[in-house]
Ligand binder design. Structure first.
Ligand SMILES: Cc1cc2nc3c(=O)[nH]c(=O)nc-3n(C[C@H](O)[C@H](O)[C@H](O)COP(=O)(O)O)c2cc1C
Length: 239
């Protein structure tokens, strides 16, 4: 028998291994259909092209988005990996006009402090190309705001692990999902964000992580012209 053939498990031993694992109720088979190499090349190129079109939007249409869509987006985000599968996040979705208005007012108060006093000159200079200021009308215009909270400990006080990393990955899933279905969002971080805990009456184990307005872009929306780093700048291959 040639080396390659010996290394590959026979169909019978593969089936036996699956049967044995099936008896262990803590695991289940994971056997998705595998793409061929040409499918892989086509899929990765298409995904790259699609994801490279994602932009942070600061101009939203008030056109409504069904709540069911928001539920699906949140559950997509919540399928993300997390330290010891603790899923240390809460997604608070807001569409009520009054609450959005309160959030805008409180966020703009913090942002005014930031732009007028707290931000060092170097930070303000880095923000210049984006033309941002303390005014955040999108917090009222966008049909939905999702506030993501991180849970440093679980509701019973139990330990969570790699909370920042886990919640960051879940937010990445959420942002990618919003783009994939043709809507837009902004990764917004009015700083500090503690006002969100009190306005939304959140439990003490939760800390605000990101505020994401989401919806359709305004018809006359623009985005800053920016450059993304090249493959050579962001990746090194050790072959
Ligand atoms: C953690 C994080 C915080 C951000 N906070 C803000 C913010 O408070 N306000 C804002 O207008 N943009 C914010 N942004 C958006 C960035 O400015 C934007 O992602 C960046 O300029 C790249 O543009 P792009 O998302 O269109 O590729 C934030 C982005 C990240 C990842």
């Amino acid at each position: 028998m040639r080396e390659k053939e010996r290394a590959r498990p026979s169909q019978r031993s593969l089936r036996r291994s699956i049967e044995m694992k099936a008896q262990d109720k803590s695991h289940k088979a994971y056997q998705p259909s595998l793409p061929s190499e040409s499918e892989l090349l086509a899929k990765s190129a298409a995904l790259r092209e699609q994801m490279e079109q994602r932009r942070s939007l600061r101009f939203f249409s008030s056109r409504e988005v069904p709540e069911r869509v928001i539920q699906d987006l949140i559950m997509t985000a919540s399928s993300a990996p997390s330290g010891a599968n603790k899923q240390p996040w809460s997604f608070v979705a807001i569409s009520g006009t009054d609450l959005k208005k309160k959030i805008r007012k409180a966020a703009e108060k913090e942002e005014r402090e930031f732009y007028e006093h707290r931000a060092p000159d170097s930070w303000l200079k880095d923000l210049e190309p984006f033309g941002t200021d303390a005014n955040k009308p999108f917090l009222e215009t966008a049909p939905w705001l999702i506030v993501v909270f991180r849970e440093n400990v679980d509701p019973m006080g139990g330990k969570n692990y790699y909370v920042q990393e886990s919640v960051g990955i879940a937010c990445g899933f959420l942002i990618a999902a919003i783009h994939q279905i043709g809507l837009v969002t902004l990764t917004h971080t009015p700083s500090p964000m503690n006002f969100l805990s009190s306005l939304l009456d959140r439990p003490a184990n939760e800390k605000p992580y990101l505020l994401l307005p989401l919806g359709y872009p305004a018809e006359d929306a623009t985005v800053p012209v920016i450059e993304k780093k090249s493959l050579e700048e962001v990746a090194q291959f050790y072959r």
